[in-house]
Write a protein that binds this ligand. Structure first.
Ligand code: UDP
Ligand code: MG
Length: 319
């Protein structure tokens, strides 16, 4: 049994696979007692899978899984953790934004007794100010509205010890906001600070649309705050409406009344907007509940380099 498995999700990263592998092997040589490097090809349409197969032929430490189609970053990470044979698991991006040279420090903290060691971004290079500002804002809002201590400015780059890995594999949900789930697990956790670098080649697979969906996944998985917001908005609007009615009736009794087209339109449009917004919030939760109850597998494996047959994910004990 290897001591460490490094899980790397790859989606159309044909030019990153080999350089990343070189850096990883250099950084981890002699570090651990048995190393496994597990590539998960998330349904790439370029030469990524061929590159992974090439590595697997040359380097016995390498294994590769290929999804039947693109199931998304979080599903790829889950598949990697499910299939890992190492005692501890490191998750790292395949585009060299998370430097593999940080892994030895993570391993050292793990050996000191920490069960989870997450990478915390001290600095982000080569990302637009829009991404930096929205990401920073998102992590801070999320921290305010959840009970789970999700550390700010962390991604999925982290090491999980054997107990954390076992716990993670048991989590049954389809909507996986992994950085939150790992915090939820508990055990002693600590951070390692690092500089997030610019992407080497290729482009980000997270356009704004996907970023928003991911942010909503995080919020709905770990907080009821938006639902409470609906309740409190309801209270506030009802209180105001009640007071307003009293005033209008009093004025009417005094003989003051006027044609109220403007105020009528304002209140109808305002209430209509608020109601649709609140239905939208309900919808976000409901769609996710629907997703959970369908109980479709999180991912399907099409090909693999290790000769095993597994196509569907392993049973989750708590599911
Ligand atoms: N990725 C993936 N499936 C996807 C999108 C991304 O496996 O649907 C991989 C991608 O190849 C990379 C990592 O996840 O190794 C992080 O993606 P990306 O660099 O595009 O995200 P960003 O760093 O821009 O947030
Ligand atoms: Mg990236």
């Amino acid at each position: 049994m290897p001591e460490l498995t490094v899980v790397i999700p790859e989606y159309n990263e044909e030019n990153n696979v080999v350089p990343m592998h070189g850096r990883l092997v250099d950084a981890l040589a002699e570090l651990v007692n048995g190393l496994e490097i597990l590539y998960v090809d998330d349904g790439s349409s370029d030469g990524t899978w061929a590159q992974i197969c090439g590595l697997a032929e040359r380097d016995p430490q390498v294994r590769g899984l290929r999804f039947a189609r693109n199931f998304g970053h979080q599903a790829a990470l889950t598949a990697g953790v499910d299939a890992a044979r190492g005692r501890a698991v490191v998750i790292i991006d395949g585009d060299m934004q998370d430097p593999p040279e940080v892994i030895p420090e993570m391993v050292a903290r793990w050996r000191e007794g920490f069960e989870v060691v997450y990478g915390q971004r001290e600095k982000r290079e080569g990302e637009t100010w829009f991404k930096r500002v929205t990401a920073s804002l998102f992590y801070r809002i999320l921290q305010r509205i959840t009970n789970v201590e999700i550390p700010v400015d962390t991604g999925d780059f982290r090491l999980m010890g054997p107990r954390a890995v076992t716990a993670f594999r048991a989590l049954p949900e389809r909507n996986r906001f992994i950085r939150g789930l790992v915090s939820w697990i508990g055990f002693p956790q600590t951070a390692v600070l690092y500089h997030r670098q610019a992407r080497q080649t290729g482009e980000t697979k997270f356009p704004v649309r996907k970023m928003i969906r991911f942010a909503l996944d995080g919020i709905t998985s770990f907080s009821f705050f938006p639902l409470r917001l609906a309740t409190w908005t309801g209270f506030a609007v009802s209180t105001f409406a009640f007071l307003y009615i009293v005033v209008v009736l009093a004025l009417k009794a005094l003989g003051v009344s006027w044609l109220g087209y403007t105020s009528l339109m304002a209140s109808i449009l305002f209430l209509g907007g608020v109601q649709l917004l609140m239905i939208g919030i309900l919808g976000e939760y409901m769609a996710r509940i629907f997703d959970e109850v369908k109980r479709r597998p999180l991912y399907l494996v099409g090909e693999r380099t290790d000769g095993e047959e597994g196509v569907i994910p392993p049973e989750r004990p708590l599911a």
